[in-house]
Each structure stands twice: as C-alpha cells, then as structure tokens.
Design a protein around this ligand. Structure first.
Ligand SMILES: [Zn+2]
Length: 451
C-alpha cells in the first residue's frame, strides 16, 4: 500500500529532472487516478539539485508503477541534515537513528558539508538500501542495509606519497615562474618564507635566467595530486651563485634545512636570528637616528624598527636566549629584553601583555612567543618596537649581518646526515648538470639555425 503511493508520487519524474528543482512530495488523493494532472509533486521555493535515475518499467504495469527512481543524488544545502533530508524522500526517521547509532562512524553522518553530495539508493519498494556521503576526496561514508539494520563504514582512498622534481628559469618572479614549473603555492611559500628567507630576498635578488630546482613531496589520490607536502631539497642559482638547502630530520625528530658546505661540513640554513619578530607585518617606522618622534614631536633617534600590527598579535623572540628583563619600562611600556649570547641582545616594546609561560630568567628558543602587540608606554597606535643590539650598540635589525647557526658535527651525525640527504644532493647535482646541458644544446641549435 505504502509502496504504491510512492510509485505514483514519482510518476512523470522526468519533468522534475528537467526542471532541476526541488519538490516536496505530497500524497495523491486517489492513487488509481495517477496521471500527469494529479502528479503529486509541488515545487518548493528554495531550489536544490538532485537527480533521479528513473527506471522505466513499461506501460502494462499500469500507472501504479511506471517509473521508479533508484539513485538520488542530493546536493547538501545550508542548514541541511539527514533529519531534514530524509522526509524529502519519505525515509523513516527510525532509519536515521539506526544509521547514526550503528557504530562510532555512524555519528559522522551528523556533519554534512554544504555542496557535498549525498547518494540515496532505494530499492524497488522505495526502501533505503544504501546511503553514501562523499565527505572529501579521500573519505566516503557508506551505510548499507543489512536486514532491518544498517552497516556503516568509512571508505578511505589510498594516498600515495611521491617525490617530485621541478625546475625552472626565472622570467618574472618566483611565484609566476614557480607555478609555471608546477610548484604549488605551498611549496613556493616554504621556499620564500622559510627555507631561503635568510639568504635570498626574492623581491630584489632574482634576475632573469636565474635557475631553481626543487624536490618536494606530493600526495596523490588515485593518481591525482591532492596536495603538496614539504620541500625535501632545493637549489637556487642566482647570478651564478648557488644556494642549496636539504631537509634533514635528526635523531630527536627535529627537522631543519641544511646546506652542504664542502666535503665534511654542513650548516643550518636557518640563521641565528629571525629577521623579524612578527610575520607579515607592515613596517611603520624604520631605524633612523634622526627621526622626529611622533609623540614627543622632536628629533629623537629611532633605534629600532616598528611593526604595525593588530593588538594581540604574537611576538616571537628572534633567537635562542634568556629573558633578562620583563616588565614596565617608561616609554617602552611592557617590554621584554632577551640576551642571546654575550654579543647579541634584542628588545620588544609596547606589548599589551606578556606570555605567562616565560618569566625573568627563562631560557627560550627562537620563534617562541614572548608577548603580544599593544600600545603600552609612548605609542600612538598598536605596534611592536623592536631593537637589536650587537655588543651593546643598536643596529638596524633589517640590515645587520646575521650569522648562520653553526652546529657541532661529529662523525655519527655526519654519517647519519649523509645517508639521509645524499640521494637529494645527487639529484640536485644531476638536475643542475642536465639543465646546463639543455642550455648548451639550445645555444648550439640557435647557432645552427643561423648558419
Ligand atoms: Zn619604535
């Protein structure tokens, strides 16, 4: 009885497909009268896209079961959930409960993402047989009928890790030519902001015909790139000078980029100090020994760099060291001073608050958040005032020469390092040689053409 109702409901459903709109299902008053006129489908104002695979059974079965939908593809709209979707297809709420409580995975049906597809498979009697929800590229939730109950599982596609080598020649910029060479934004950011941030100013230093080679991880799903992982090795040849960096994971699991320097020497690509204590902040005032002070309105040396940033932006210590001052200090407001070794000191002023994790005397690592941007002391707006001192003398933090971190290398380190990194060093070398060869070939062919 119930089934017959559904069958007539879906009569003439092809017109619904054509309209590609959403329809609320209303029970026809008299099922024997089912025809195009009393088609029990009424449009609903908000459109939704679902497709119905109709199955035509022929005329002889009369009008009671002429066309049957089987697989419904329902695109999730805002604020939809299974409890609002199921009634659209006359699926009982008891089934909803059976699916969501079948096991721990069943509960995941509660989180549906807008625009994702839900596939509803019905049998000849319009009973739900399978519910498939494509969560993302990798994960698919599947609920399959098993008697009166449902088995729920998560299908995961196989992820494959690959290493990829990309090469390019600079024509305009690293981002434009990097993308042309197949690099993702993620890889380009790693190169520019993390790995070579110290050695190369990608806005100023790159010139046409400079070269780059990058070996990086790529994660594939069924042969297609899902995302890129980390840079494994890279080399830039800028104005004939080579800059290379190889990723190495030490015994403790710390990951750093190193540069091979000769036969038995490596050095960390990361330098002793970060160039700036805040990422991506605008410099609002530079180091200037003859600046007119914005608050005092008279000439007063500006012995640091100001970074304009929103109140609460984390401030990182630029190098490893020890907090030697942490408190209020006149015009500086809340200030932290870090002693790095005998030679270097850095100062961070106008903080709104300190990071409670560290105290006076605390030892801190490069990049540790010591406080947050504010405008305490003499400040017109929220900013960080940053000073860098070498042997007690203020230096311009933007131009001061910063040493590379030297690391003690013993035999065991070197052996382990070589084992892990040598394949990449070889690949880089090979790639560089090959591009050189290509270039020579091109020149040669040009000459031939001229002849
Ligand atoms: Zn300042």
């Amino acid at each position: 009885m119930k089934n017959r109702l559904y069958q007539s409901l879906f009569l003439g459903i092809t017109s619904a497909i054509a309209a590609s709109a959403s329809y609320a299902l209303i029970t026809p008053q008299n099922e024997t009268q089912a025809s195009m006129e009393n088609l029990a489908i009424t449009p609903v104002s908000t459109p939704s896209i679902y497709e119905i695979t109709a199955n035509f059974l022929g005329q002889t079965a009369e009008l009671e079961q002429p066309i049957k939908p089987r697989n419904i593809e329902h695109k999730i709209r805002a604020n939809e959930s299974l409890s609002s979707i199921f009634p659209l297809y006359n699926i009982n709420s008891k089934i909803l409960k059976k699916i969501t409580t079948a096991n721990a995975i069943g509960a995941k049906f509660a989180n549906l993402t807008v625009n994702n597809i839900l596939i509803i498979e019905l049998d000849d009697d319009y009973q739900l047989q399978r519910l498939i929800y494509k969560k993302d590229i990798v994960n698919t939730l599947v609920a399959t009928r098993n008697g009166d109950d449902f088995d729920v599982r998560m299908d995961k596609k196989q992820l494959d890790n690959h290493e990829r080598l990309a090469q390019g020649i600079i024509n305009s910029s690293l981002s434009a030519d990097g993308i042309k060479a197949g690099l993702s934004a993620n890889i380009i950011n790693q190169l520019a902001d993390k790995i070579f941030a110290w050695d190369i100013d990608f806005n100023k230093d790159l010139k046409p015909n400079d070269k780059f080679t990058v070996i990086y991880e790529e994660i594939l799903v069924e042969g297609e790139r899902l995302k890129t992982g980390e840079v494994l090795a890279a080399e830039f040849v800028i104005n004939g000078k080579s800059y290379s960096a190889i990723r190495y994971k030490d015994k403790e699991g710390n990951i750093e980029y190193y540069s091979p320097q000769g036969k038995n020497v490596v050095r960390k690509v990361r330098k002793t100090f970060l160039r700036s204590p805040i990422e991506f902040a605008r410099i609002s005032s530079r180091f200037n020994l003859h600046r007119k002070h914005p608050v005092l309105n008279r000439i007063r040396a500006h012995k640091g760099v100001d970074y304009a940033a929103r109140s609460g932006t984390p401030i990182k210590t630029t190098g490893d060291g020890k907090i030697i001052f942490r408190g209020r200090k006149g015009g500086y407001g809340n200030v932290v001073i870090v002693q790095h070794n005998k030679k270097y000191k850095s100062l961070y002023a106008h903080m709104s608050k300190f990071n409670g994790k560290y105290k006076l005397g605390s030892k801190i690592k490069q990049g540790a958040v010591i406080g947050y941007v504010g405008k305490t002391g003499l400040a017109t707006g929220n900013h960080l005032h940053y000073e860098f001192l070498v042997n007690g003398i203020h230096k311009n933090p933007l131009t001061v020469k910063i040493p590379h971190t030297k690391i003690k290398i013993n035999k065991t380190f070197l052996a382990r390092f070589k084992k892990q990194t040598q394949p990449y060093v070889d690949q880089l070398n090979r790639a560089t040689t090959e591009t050189a060869a290509i270039k020579v070939d091109k020149l040669f062919s040009k000459k031939i053409k001229k002849l």
